[in-house]
Design a protein around this ligand. Structure first.
Ligand SMILES: Cc1ncc(COP(=O)(O)O)c(C=O)c1O
Length: 394
């Protein structure tokens, strides 16, 4: 019986995407916690804080005021209008609410964007190091992800030149950019983003801009791709700035020619995004004071790590411009970041993500540390990492 089932239920080739290693680190950390160890979590990129109080209050009220049915596939109209208004407030942009699509997290937005813009077999570029699901979602959808190695010389971003070099070698159909970026925390300047978008669009390459870490920019203001071109597909989310990871809600700004295609896809793939989450998201815009306090906490955490870690021996990072990540070069200690992270977890009780998740080759020398936790935890992390590096790490 088992043999028959195994023959029948062969996983498809396109489902053979690599695991998201950070999840494996989480599992290992949970195992240690179950044994009574206190672990400092710097592996998962999620805010320690929850949704703003006003969002919770809106959900409570909605729960007692009638059934929660489906919504329109593109989202509750008042939420789409509120998101459009945020572009006016944040960037002085006039965005038609008809272009706003509410999605199940930015993760849902990527699936819709890739399906609407690309055919199977299309080649789509992204930076290495970079957020792994860009590559893995594209693979699962039958597209070909093309990683472009970035370096300090270009602030760890894809440039127009590096994009066109790949395009000349074999044509690209799209490029995904993210600023602030995960895992590096680096940002593209407005002129670098403008140059990249211009080069891409002149060459017929569709740009998808992942703006999920907007609002969490410390070195300089993050540029919104919609200020540069109305042909860019913008992906954003309530997960990071709005502290709503588990609510699974995000949004897209879609160029007009693709709106109907995205709507048809959403109708069929999801029907609509959870209604309660949409209600919470609309209210969350009024929780700015709370969210700004959380953001100030990240800035303080960033300062603690940037001051403290070099003093204890971890002194080489990519520019920590935004988001809540430090991408640390650990090559002085190890060229196997998975083994290094495993030992740091077991021996120092600090969970971090090995760089190989984000860059299969050079990531062997890097570790990503997330600083979205509490202030005390950051101070303790510096102390624990310092003691461990002194005693055991080499
Ligand atoms: C760069 C980037 N994009 C997208 C996502 C997906 O987030 P969500 O689906 O919660 O919006 C993440 C999550 O960590 C991320 O780091």
């Amino acid at each position: 019986m088992l043999e028959r089932a195994k023959r029948l239920l062969q996983p498809s080739a396109r489902s053979a995407v690599p695991p998201f290693m950070v999840m494996d680190v989480m599992t290992a950390a949970a195992r240690l916690e179950a044994q009574g160890r206190k672990i400092i979590h710097m592996e998962v990129g999620q805010p320690a804080a929850g949704a703003p109080a006003i969002a919770i209050a809106a959900v409570r009220a909605a729960l007692s005021s009638g059934p929660l049915g489906y919504t329109e596939a593109l989202g509750i109209p008042s939420l789409r209008r509120r998101i459009a208004r945020a572009y006016a407030e944040w960037h002085g942009l006039d965005i038609d609410p008809e272009r706003i699509v509410v999605t199940t997290g930015s993760s849902g937005g990527f699936i819709l964007a890739f399906l609407a813009a690309f055919e199977t077999g299309d080649r789509v570029a992204m930076a290495l190091p970079g957020y792994p699901p860009y590559r893995h979602i594209l693979t699962a959808l039958g597209c070909e992800p093309v990683g472009i190695e970035t370096s300090a010389a270009t602030r760890w971003s894809i440039t127009g030149e590096s994009l066109l070099a790949q395009h000349r070698a074999k044509p690209l159909k799209g490029v995904v950019v993210g600023s602030p970026a995960n895992p590096s925390g680096t940002m593209m300047t407005a002129s670098a983003l403008t140059e990249l978008i211009r080069c891409a669009e002149d060459a017929g390459i569709v740009v998808i801009s992942d703006e999920i870490y907007h609002g969490l920019d410390y070195a300089f203001a993050a540029e919104c791709a919609a200020r540069i071109s109305s042909d860019v597909i913008i992906i954003n989310s309530f997960s990071k700035y709005f502290c709503m990871t588990g609510w699974r809600i995000g949004w897209m700004v879609v160029p007009p020619p693709l709106v109907r295609a995205v709507e048809r896809l959403q109708q069929n793939l999801a029907i609509s995004v959870p209604t309660l989450s949409q209600i919470a998201a609309e209210a969350a815009f009024e929780g700015r004071a709370e969210l700004e306090a959380v953001r100030r906490g990240y800035e303080e955490n960033r300062r603690i790590l940037l001051d403290g870690l070099p003093r204890v021996g971890l002194d080489s990072f990519l520019p920590a411009d935004g988001a809540f990540y430090l991408y640390a070069d650990v090559s002085r200690f190890s060229n196997d970041s998975f083994a290094f992270a495993t030992r740091m977890l077991e021996e120092a009780g600090v969970a971090a993500t090995p760089g190989v998740d984000f860059d299969p080759v050079r990531g062997r020398n890097f570790l990503r540390l997330c600083y979205a936790g509490g202030r005390e935890e950051m101070c303790e992390a510096v102390e624990r990492i310092g003691n461990w590096l002194k005693k055991d790490a080499t």
